[in-house]
Design a protein around this ligand. Structure first.
Ligand code: FDA
Length: 388
């Protein structure tokens, strides 16, 4: 095939947004490589073979944004359903509404509270510890929402997420713990929210469907880099530490394990996500994927549930959430310096969640790719020069 004008490493939302813009707006040829055997990065979804229910292989993905430009952009490729995300939690044999809101407080304390009564109660309980003095995650959480709500909804869940007692976790792991003094339990408060009508993979394929874009799957860039033209500019969305041969050390991540099961019943939990806050339940939550698409014609006698377990990532595990210890941040500083040099000398740009070691929601990955296109890539192709 003809020489590409740009190589994009990774076909997740970041890589595909860059590829789509360069192909459609600059009429340049883009070669997209992905080491996996499918497109789409972690947003990839597929029908569970027995039931046809769409499941998200790398964890549940809910689209939401308040960014007007991103919303306009994504609507070129897919329509969105009216799905509004809600989450519930089971603790000590009772089911509660999340995020912590007036319903949660009334249920937990088994009493009706007005907004101001609930506010006064939480303020009094949170007064036990001064936020500025909090020495660890537990103290910080108690200083924000008080001990009872912390023990019910935060302690066990956080301990399972981090495999670490909250008294051993840094206070900085949580910035805020918002409590809503209304009965509003919509999980996201963005202007736009919904799920792609035809599923995530159809959306991602639509982005890649351009005569100027060639996608090569099951192709690891590290294996083929020597065969690519040396001076072709590259957007790299793989792990930045791996790119630099772990020169400053490996960055820390948490990973998730998913256990998928088809059950011979029409409905397991009546909602898409149930958190399990008890310490002695080993998983953190259960997703029941049929509830993401109530508008679809799914089987009435079978359902798919996925139990989610959280742990530290080891070599070979999928990196999901950056841990971001002070050591990680020091390593990242060094990799950022190296990345700057690489942009100047070798025309390589780093982007996306792995390329920047940042948790990015989908709308953030897309927004950040659009900015890279505007600020770095378009000027490079229009005016020449380096990419930095
Ligand atoms: P992404 O990881 O998707 O893509 C990177 C690609 O690069 C991968 O396909 C990988 O195979 C490829 N690659 C890496 N190294 C390579 C190499 N050497 N050669 C070739 N290819 C290589 N967001 C949201 O908005 N709502 C949500 O509900 C969720 N939920 C969610 C749950 C979980 C468990 C996680 C971990 C994440 C989310 N997200 C989310 C975030 C969402 O997954 C994220 O925004 C996108 O994956 C970011 O896209 P990227 O393209 O940056 O990375």
């Amino acid at each position: 095939s003809a020489r590409p004008d740009l190589v994009v490493v990774g076909s997740g939302f970041f890589g595909l947004t860059v590829a789509e813009r360069v192909a459609s707006q600059l009429d340049k040829r883009v070669l997209v490589l992905d080491r996996r055997d499918h497109i789409g990065g972690n947003a990839y979804s597929e029908p569970e073979p027995e039931t046809g229910i769409e499941i998200h292989r790398y964890g549940a993905h809910l689209f939401h944004t308040s960014n007007e430009r991103v919303w306009q952009y994504v609507n070129q490729f897919t329509e969105f359903t009216k799905y509004q995300h809600k989450v519930y939690s089971i603790y000590a044999g009772k089911t509660y509404s999340l995020p912590i809101n007036l319903a949660t407080i009334c249920q937990y304390f088994d009493k009706s509270f007005s907004p101001s009564e609930a506010r006064a109660l939480v303020a009094e309980q949170a007064g036990e510890i001064d936020t500025a003095e909090a020495q660890n995650l537990e103290e910080k959480a108690i200083s924000l929402i008080g001990r009872p709500l912390y023990e019910a909804f935060i302690r066990g869940y956080t301990k399972k997420q981090w495999q670490t007692d909250p008294t051993e976790l840094p206070a900085a792991v949580i910035a805020r713990l918002p409590v809503r003094y209304t009965f509003d339990n919509r999980y996201f408060n963005d202007t736009y929210e919904g799920l792609p009508v035809g599923g995530y993979t159809a959306w991602l394929q639509e982005m890649a469907d351009h005569p100027n874009i060639e996608v090569r799957l099951s192709t690891d860039w590290f294996d083929v880099r020597d065969q690519l033209p040396a001076d072709v500019p590259t957007v790299f969305t793989g792990p930045i530490d791996k790119y630099f041969g772990y020169e400053a050390g490996a960055l820390g991540w948490r990973t998730l394990d998913f256990e998928t099961e088809v059950l011979p019943i029409g409905d397991f939990q009546g909602t898409s996500v149930m958190n399990y806050a008890d310490e002695d339940v080993p998983f953190t939550r259960i997703h029941e994927f049929r509830h993401f698409h109530p508008e679809r014609d799914y089987p009435a006698d079978r359902t798919v549930v996925v139990r989610e377990y959280s742990r530290f990532a080891e070599t070979g595990d999928e990196p999901y959430y950056p841990i971001n210890t002070p050591e990680d941040r020091a390593k990242l500083e060094r990799y950022r310096e190296l990345a700057k040099q690489e942009a100047a000398e070798k025309r390589v740009l780093f982007g996306g969640r792995l390329g920047t070691y940042k948790y990015l929601d989908m709308h953030m990955a897309i927004g950040s790719a659009l900015s890279m296109f505007d600020n770095r890539i378009r000027p490079f192709f229009d005016e020449g020069g380096s990419l930095d």
